[in-house]
Design a protein around this ligand. Structure first.
Ligand code: AMP
Ligand code: MN
Ligand code: MN
Length: 326
């Protein structure tokens, strides 16, 4: 795996003026928090920065400091010196933001997905980092880039959400050291955690009730899944972002090794989210078979077919892997 040193990336950040900071479609806290944090640091260096995500800012993360900087990409492309992809395993997950970048002398790719093929000119992919924001913190420290309480807050939320509140096994001593540093930079943990985890719209919990009604167990309870049809999503008026994290209710069940969430999409595909509780059952490898990717314990894919067809194919594949490895 090619890895550009922080010095090379730091030099590119200082040398150039026009930056596009991009993240993956259907963004999560790590994508949005990382984008805002790096953009704010670059702005403090006096740079011109655009912060684009195909989906724009999500309502649920609109409490992030300077969330107003995030927008959907414009219809007409702009010129840049540098385009930066954050938390994005494959370039096509940047979605429509790519077309809005007409030319960029340098593409920088900073990510923590092991399936990242290392696209771009300056690449820093560290699969041991639990969040892209952790890599950004190391970059900011190493290169002495600007940091303030707003930047720290964005990094904190990004790390907190990608580690499941500092619980997943990729959370290391270093992660807690960084969290402590971020608190020293001005993060109010109680306030920011409440905004992140105790501020859901009621429809999210109504959605959970519907999902639990479809809950199914396979292989003697080692695989748990539930699914969401477009019909149900429309009836409840849910936003795509409302289901982020609901899969954790399945993962939390004793005896469950793999949790799966199936979501019917408007384009004839099904979005599949997978979580594993043991390294031996690598859900990234399973998702890659279906054209997706991610991490060993958390991965996803978008698969063509009806909800029933995709459920059948995917559950069959998972059954085989779980049988062989547990
Ligand atoms: P999710 O289940 O959507 O929270 O995604 C879990 C992990 O898998 C994240 O780290 C995603 O970046 C990755 N992932 C999800 N969907 C895809 C996909 N279609 N292709 C590649 N990676 C994905
Ligand atoms: Mn992400
Ligand atoms: Mn991430």
């Amino acid at each position: 795996m090619t890895t550009s040193k922080f010095t090379e990336i730091g030099r590119a950040l200082r040398e150039h003026q026009h930056f596009a900071v991009l993240g993956h479609v259907r963004p999560d806290g790590d994508a949005l928090g990382s984008q805002l944090a790096l953009a704010l640091s670059l702005k403090k260096l006096g740079k011109d920065v655009r912060v684009w995500n195909e989906d724009g800012m999500l309502e649920k993360y609109s409490f992030l400091a300077r969330s107003d900087l995030m927008s959907k990409p414009p219809a007409t492309a702009e010129d840049f010196d540098v385009a930066i992809a954050l938390d994005t395993a494959i370039q096509n997950r940047l979605g429509t933001t790519v077309q809005a970048v007409r030319s960029a002398k340098v593409w920088i790719n900073i990510d923590h997905h092991p399936s990242n093929p290392c696209y771009g000119d300056l690449v820093h992919v560290d699969p041991t980092a639990p969040a892209t924001a952790q890599i950004l913190f190391e970059l900011i420290s190493d290169q002495q880039l600007p940091i303030d309480s707003e930047i720290a807050e964005n990094l904190f939320v990004a790390i907190s959400t990608d580690t499941g509140s500092f619980q997943y096994p990729n959370t290391t001593a270093r992660t807690f050291e960084i969290a402590a540093e971020l608190i020293r930079c001005g993060v109010d943990v109680g306030r920011i955690s409440q905004l992140t985890y105790e501020n859901y719209p009621r429809r999210r919990i109504e959605l959970l009730r519907e999902l639990l009604a479809t809950m199914r167990f396979d292989l003697g309870g080692r695989i748990a899944s539930f699914s969401l049809s477009m019909k149900t999503a429309a009836r409840l008026n849910v936003l795509p972002e409302d289901n982020e994290g609901l899969i954790d209710h399945l993962r939390a069940i004793r005896g469950v090794i793999v949790a799966v969430f199936f979501e019917e999409l408007a384009d004839g595909k099904v979005r599949v989210s997978m979580r594993s509780k043991i390294e031996k059952v690598d859900v990234c490898a399973i998702c890659q078979k279906f054209g997706g990717g991610g991490h060993t314990l958390a991965a996803g894919a978008r698969i063509r077919g009806t909800l029933a067809e995709v459920e059948e194919r995917v559950l069959k594949e998972i059954c085989e892997v779980v049988k062989r490895n547990s």
